[in-house]
Every structure is written in C-alpha cells, then in structure tokens.
Design a protein around this ligand. Structure first.
Ligand SMILES: [Zn+2]
Length: 489
C-alpha cells in the first residue's frame, strides 16, 4: 500500500516538474512585448469638446426594439443632421455610400490600391430605457457631469461612434492621406439583430466584391483586475462570438376553471421541465479563442498561475472547474440555455390550455443548435413537453490571427493603453461583426476603453455613462490605428 502511495506521489511530482519546465521553456521562447515607445499622436481633438458632441448625440433617442420597423425615423434623421453639421470634413472629403435603410457608410480612399481596404464599425441605435424615472439623469438628454457623459448609448455604442467621427475629422483637418482605403459603417439596428443595418451593409459590400484586410467592431474592453495573478490590464479582443438561438418549449393540456383543477396543469408540467433544464449544464469545452486567451495570459501571469494556464494537458479539469465557478467565465466554456419568457393563461381563474416558455440558447463557436436541442430534450425527458427552434443561430467563425491585421491592432492597443496585454477571446454577447465574417478572415471585436465591472454593468441598464478620459483614449486609438497602418503596411 505504502509503495503504491510513494509511486503516486513521485508520479505527481514528476508531472508538476515537467509542467514547470515546460512553462519556463514556453515563456522564454515568447518574451512578452513591452510597451510601445511611439510618440503620442499630434493633433488629438479636445476631449471636453468631444464629450459635448457625444452628449448631443445621446440626446437623439435612436431606440430600436423587437418590433421596430423604422416607424420612428426622426431621431435617426436628427442624428444624421447633427453629424453632418459637426463633422463637415468627414461629410465633404469622404464618399458617402448608400447601403439602404438608415445606415451611414463612408469610404476614405487610400493612395495605394494594391492594399486591401479595412472596415471600422459601430452602431447608431440603442436599447430602450424603460426605467427612465429611476435614472440619475434623464437617459435621452444632454448630461455631462463629473467627467462623464451620461445617457442611454453613451457607452454602447455612441461613445465609439463619436470617437471615430472625431478621429476622422482631426485626421482630415491635419491633411492626413491614408495609404489603405478605409470604410466606416454605422448600422441602424444592432440591438435587434442587425437585419436592416449590418446585414444590408454587408450585402452591399458583397455585391460590389469588396473584401477587407480586417474588420473592427465594438466588443471586448481594457480590463484591470481581470484575474488574480495578472497585474497588468488586459485588452480582450473578440475573435469570434457565441451563436444566439431561441427554442420554444410548450405543454398542452385540458384547460378549465381554476375552481376545479386537475393537477398537474400545463404550466406545472412546464415549470418542472424548466427546473430540470436549469439544474443541469452542458459539458464544458475549451474552444480556440479561449485556448488562445489562456496561452496569452499564461505568458504574463505570476508563476504558479502560468504553470496552470500553459499546461492544459495536465490542468484542464482544474481550469474548467475554476471557469465553472463564475457565470461570466462559465459562459466562455459552455453553450448555455436561459429561460427568458413564459406564458400561461390570460386570466387568474382560467387554467392554461397551453403553457409555453422561450429558451434563449447561446452556442459556443462551431457548435450547432441541434446539439443543444438534443441536450435539452434529454434534460426535460417528458413527452408532454414539445420543443421547437423558432430562431436558429448564425454560426460565428473564428478569425485568423496570422498576417499583419491582429499584430497591427495589438500595436495600436499597446500604444494607446501602455502596459496593456492584448489577447484574443470569445465574445459571449452578439455584435454586428457577425454579418461581416464572410467579407474577411480577420474580424475583431474591441471597444477602446478602460472598463471595470461596475462600469460594464451600466450597459443596457440604468445610468449608462462613458468617461471623458475613455472618449480621449478611443479617439487616440482610432487615430493611431489609421496613421500607423499607413506607415507599416
Ligand atoms: Zn452595442
């Protein structure tokens, strides 16, 4: 017995030693790149003035909702007029293209037609603010306080949109001539799946045969305190996003009067099915974007954590256990199911003849809705409950990191946010970028702003805001990206 124990202990020690040696070897072969020595960009716009422009842009309630059919165009048209007045050079020196609906698309012609163009994105629309009375300041009004622009859309994504306009106007004022051709597009309905916005713009580009060297949309941010053991801020760049599907589950029974119930009711059976769904989780998978993220973090983490992250061959179960403990991290390694809507009868004294619930499914990249459908059926295991896919997911493809695109983007991030580590990762939410994946192998999702959890929680919620400091950083980032690209291609 003792000898078995001794063999087990010595085996464990040898594995740990092997992992340690391997970690040192990987880290010495991939010396982390330091901060960029580049000089700051000249001619940066005044951030306080830009904040005023952002506050004005926020005051146009460009809200989209599920049944939105362009019925209220006026806020969008008002925003367009404001942008044309505020950024005259963008609207006279760049070519404005008609990609349908309320979309805004520009083309800035470069001097070297042998280079593939690039595409920069943000969106004009915002989610509603139904709890407006509870906001610190009215969500659709001009509000600049204590270094922040407040209001719906100030962060998602008008902050990014205004930063782009400011950067373009400043570069045009300075007489900058890009080598590469740049396209800039702002869709009108990102918050409701982008079918009028990004989908139409992407079709327009596709019909003209344009392919992009890279596409950059909103996405991950610069986060500090991302993980204990990593002291530097991390810039997470989405290289794929999770798929978004809806599956309806339904139970049909005899209805009747609530005074003479025949339990279980349709709603009771459905409730039990929901409980069984929620008490299980699909098997975890480390997909390519997460594997790449773990490797980048491993190169920069303190030693014990680095051994863990760089030796998945040994520590994968432990890493998955750590991810599973936190809902945000768990979503990176699992396809998830969330029950979001339910309906029974329309009156308190009527037993529902039919009860139904909607399950929102978020799929890991390269995984199909079918797989989750089968998992759900197994969990529910009740023939009285039927299932129907009402909206299937568009599957995101994982962007490539080879070539100059990701390297140039990382360089612009390091120049603008010194001491920051750019890393690939998986977006758990959806973006317009999905629609452009057919037009480029290099589609990235990154919002150039410093954000902690407290700030992120305001997005799509109460008291959304964007700091003037972040607005300055975002402008600097875009100017760096556009001018550096002209130097280094
Ligand atoms: Zn957004």
């Amino acid at each position: 017995m003792l000898s078995v124990l001794l063999v087990a202990i010595s085996l464990l020690i040898s594995l740990l030693v092997a992992a340690g040696i391997r970690t040192i070897a990987i880290r010495s072969a991939n010396t982390p790149t330091g901060t960029s020595p580049k000089a700051p960009i000249p001619g940066l716009p005044d951030a306080d003035l830009a904040a005023k422009h952002l506050a004005e842009a926020v005051s146009f309630p460009t809200v989209t909702h599920r049944q939105w059919k362009h019925d209220d165009k006026e806020p969008f048209l008002g925003l367009h007029r404001f942008l044309a007045e505020t950024y005259p050079l963008v609207h006279t020196k760049l070519e404005q293209l008609d990609a349908g609906a309320l979309n805004l698309v520009y083309r800035w012609k470069g001097s070297d037609s042998s280079l593939e163009p690039a595409l920069l994105l943000a969106h004009q629309d915002v989610v509603p603010a139904s709890d407006a009375a509870e906001w610190l300041y009215p969500p659709f009004s001009y509000q600049v306080h204590d270094g922040f622009v407040y209001g719906r859309g100030s962060f998602d994504a008008k902050g990014q949109m205004i930063a782009l306009y400011e950067a373009l106007e400043a570069l045009l004022t300075a007489g900058h001539m890009p080598r590469r051709t740049w396209y800039i597009a702002f869709g009108c309905d990102e918050e409701v799946r982008g079918t009028e916005g990004a989908a139409k713009i992407a079709r327009y580009f596709d019909s003209t045969g344009i392919r992009f060297a890279f596409v950059l949309d909103e996405g991950g941010v610069v986060a500090s305190g991302f993980m204990p053991g990593i002291e530097w801020p991390i810039a997470v760049v989405g290289i794929a996003e999770k798929g978004d599907a809806n599956i309806r589950i339904t139970c049909t029974r005899d209805g009747g009067h609530s005074s003479t119930p025949d339990n279980p009711t349709a709603l009771g059976i459905l409730g039990a099915a929901i409980w069984r769904l929620e008490s299980g989780r699909q098997a975890p998978v480390i997909t390519t974007p997460v594997r790449m993220m773990l490797r980048t973090l491993g190169l920069h983490a303190s030693f014990p954590l680095a051994v863990l992250l760089l030796n998945l061959w040994l520590f994968k179960p432990l890493v998955l256990l750590l991810f599973s403990a936190n809902p945000t991290m768990n979503a990176l390694v699992r396809s998830t199911c969330t029950v979001t809507m339910a309906h029974g009868s329309d009156a308190p004294n009527v037993v529902a003849k039919q009860a139904e619930a909607m399950v929102n499914v978020r799929l890991l990249p390269e995984k199909s809705t079918d797989r989750t459908y089968r998992w759900m059926a197994k969990r529910i295991r009740d023939k009285r409950v039927t299932m129907e896919v009402v909206a299937d997911a568009v599957r995101s493809k994982v962007s490539r990191l080879d070539g100059n695109s990701f390297a140039n983007l990382s360089e612009a991030i390091r120049t603008t946010f010194p001491q920051t580590i750019p890393t690939p990762y998986l977006m758990t939410g959806g973006t317009d970028a999905l629609w452009y994946e057919q037009l480029s192998d290099h589609v990235f999702r990154f919002t150039p702003a410093n954000m902690d959890n407290g700030e992120l929680k305001r997005m799509h919620s109460r008291d959304e805001r964007f700091s003037i400091g972040n607005l300055g950083k975002a402008m600097e980032f875009y100017m760096t990206l556009i001018t550096q690209d002209s130097l280094s291609v």
